[in-house]
Design a protein around this ligand. Structure first.
Ligand SMILES: Nc1ncnc2c1ncn2[C@@H]1O[C@H](COP(=O)(O)OP(=O)(O)OP(=O)(O)O)[C@@H](O)[C@H]1O
Ligand SMILES: O=c1[nH]c(=O)c2[nH+]cn([C@@H]3O[C@H](COP(=O)(O)O)[C@@H](O)[C@H]3O)c2[nH]1
Ligand SMILES: NC(=O)CC[C@H](N)C(=O)O
Ligand SMILES: [Mg+2]
Length: 517
């Protein structure tokens, strides 16, 4: 998909959020991918990047064994931008001086911009940038112009435009850095000359073409959850190969109120796609009986999903020969499971996943290079209705991982009721877009004493878990207005007899995760 677009490669030195750099580059409408710092100069050249970004990283460039940049990279003529570790590594590779500073800078840091130069030309003389470093560049390499300083960074930014090289000590990719996107775009567009041709329309055209080429006349199965990713993946495949596509929706009994009906009604109505609905509640609830360990729940659900897809294919194979399975895998899944070399390892999620080696399908993953916000833009471009494109993510294992304790039909019914109230009130308050996701968790094994109608109750607490996020990798707790919280709490305790306490989860991720299990 990427071949026809200019490419910016992000070389990952073990940055916490190399993905975020790639996202920011793409926000500038330039296609970007991440490569590990172990990639050789030849491997990098083979990808024909228009520009390169060297990421931050936890090490010190002068420490034995610390990852280095091969100086040959700087003679290729490809414009290269360094951030933090990448900036220091560029300095060290080209003869500048990098050493430990007496003053580490973590967090918001005032930066002073000097005279001249192009990279920071549009910035005011003083602004604030987000830093996270204990080493500093003390002297720029020969030929470089020092552009800025901070208290702990004698050289906080530099450039040598004769070679297309520049860098900054701070992290322009994080939202807390003022003018971060301006600096990045000045480098990529003005200095490196990248064209901004990565648009949702171009993504759709490229991927429709690629799917057609891959699939030919074959038959395709898509596991459709009603979630954003599989809806957009299915719509792309449908645009590419039309009625060669059959979607399978599994009602595993762990869905929220109205979900199954909504998928049938909305998705089919909009796309006209062939949909097979499998009612598998008995199978999933049977397999989950007596289980309260979160990992065991997830494994059971993953296994039963695969069995269900295989069953569905067996039935369909009577009339068509299903060769491909469509998955809504996103770029963060790929990076998290393939590993940016040296980067932290993030928990692996249920996908259609833990796919067996002897999988009978070949995979189609049209969203494999995209982030969630891009998937939403593609969905919009494809004409999917905005409530489908903007709906909150919902995990494949469903309410099973929001019931802390054993999953039973009664508990599911109870949580469905509570969840419907919370979601209704969020929507009524016009906050769906402001909140990334709003799990409601039933502490099924916990009871507390309450008083209702002058009588003692001994009910269950539920936890409201509104979060804000950009890509679910990190999250903050959502600051819902007190009036909205009050309405939700009152309605839940009035309308759902078994619940006598509503609590609010105010933990960010990290350290918490979004889901409780
Ligand atoms: N009930 C279901 N029926 C069929 N397939 C499902 C179901 N739940 C999940 N899947 C499959 O598992 C994949 C991963 O689920 P995931 O929740 O990550 O994505 P999604 O549901 O498509 O999007 P979102 O992240 O917005 O919920 C889906 O893309 C879909 O292919
Ligand atoms: O399809 C899925 N299968 C899973 O097993 C799964 N676990 C978590 N999630 C969703 O992923 C995002 C991050 O969740 P956590 O912060 O809980 O890890 C949030 O959006 C979660 O809802 C899942 N989605
Ligand atoms: N965030 C970074 O890239 C840190 C770079 C280097 N380890 C320093 O402390 O200066
Ligand atoms: Mg989902």
């Amino acid at each position: 998909m990427s071949h026809e677009h200019e490419l910016v490669l992000v070389v990952d030195f073990g940055a916490q959020y190399a993905q975020l750099i790639a996202r920011r580059v793409r926000e500038a409408r330039i296609y970007s991918e991440i490569v590990p710092h172990t990639a050789s100069v030849d491997e990098i050249l083979a990808r024909k990047p228009t520009a390169i970004v060297l990421s931050g990283g936890p090490q010190s460039v002068y420490a034995p064994g610390a990852p280095q940049v091969d100086p040959a990279l700087f003679t290729t003529g490809i414009p290269t931008f360094g951030m933090c570790y990448g900036f220091q590594a560029m300095a060290a590779a080209l003869g500048g001086e990098v050493r430990r500073t007496g003053l580490s800078e973590f967090g918001r840091t005032p930066v002073h911009v000097g005279e001249g130069g192009e990279l920071l030309g549009d910035l005011p003389p003083n602004f604030s940038a987000w830093m996270s470093h204990g080493d500093s560049v003390y002297a720029p390499p020969p030929g470089f112009l020092c552009l800025a300083t901070s208290d702990g960074s004698p050289v906080a930014a530099f450039e040598d435009l004769t070679r297309g090289l520049a860098g900054v000590q701070w992290h322009p990719e994080v939202g807390h850095s003022e003018f971060g996107q301006v600096v990045l775009e000045t480098f990529l567009v003005t200095i490196a000359g990248c064209s901004q041709d990565w648009t949702p329309a171009s993504i759709v055209d490229d991927s429709v073409e690629a799917i057609r080429a891959q699939v030919g006349d074959a038959q395709v199965l898509c596991a459709l959850s009603g979630g954003v990713d599989s809806a957009v993946a299915a719509a792309l495949v449908q645009k590419a190969v039309g009625d060669q596509l059959t979607c399978v929706f599994v009602d595993h009994g762990l869905l929220r109120q109205g979900e199954a009906e909504r998928v049938e009604r909305d998705f089919v109505a909009v796309t006209g796609v062939d949909l097979v609905v499998r009612d598998e509640a008995d199978r999933f609830l049977g397999a989950l009986a007596g289980v309260s360990d979160p990992e065991t729940k997830r494994k059971i659900i993953g296994r039963e999903f695969i069995r269900t897809f295989e069953d569905a294919a067996r039935v369909l194979n009577a009339t068509k020969d299903i060769e491909y399975l469509v998955q809504g895998t996103l770029y963060p899944d790929v990076v998290e499971s393939g590993g940016g070399e040296g980067a932290a390892n993030i928990k692996s999620h249920h996908n259609v996943g833990g796919l067996p080696d002897d999988l009978q399908f070949k995979l189609i993953e049209p969203l494999r290079t995209l982030f969630k916000d891009e998937v939403r833009a593609v969905g919009t471009e494809l004409g999917l209705p905005s409530d489908m494109v903007w709906r909150h993510p919902f995990p494949g294992p469903g309410l099973a991982i929001r019931i802390i304790g054993e999953v039973t039909k009664d508990r599911l019914d109870l949580l469905r009721q509570v969840d419907a109230i919370a979601r209704f009130e969020l929507t009524a308050a016009g906050l769906d877009r402001a909140i990334w996701q709003f799990p409601v968790v039933l502490l099924a094994d916990v009871r507390s004493v309450g008083v209702q109608g002058d009588g003692r109750t001994y009910g269950h607490p539920v936890v409201l878990r509104p979060v804000t996020s950009e890509d679910a990798m990190t999250a903050d707790w959502g600051r819902l207005p007190y009036e909205v919280l009050e309405r939700i709490s009152t309605r839940i305790t009035n309308e759902v007899r078994e619940v006598n306490r509503v609590v609010l989860d105010i933990t960010s991720k990290p350290p918490g995760t979004i889901e409780w299990e």
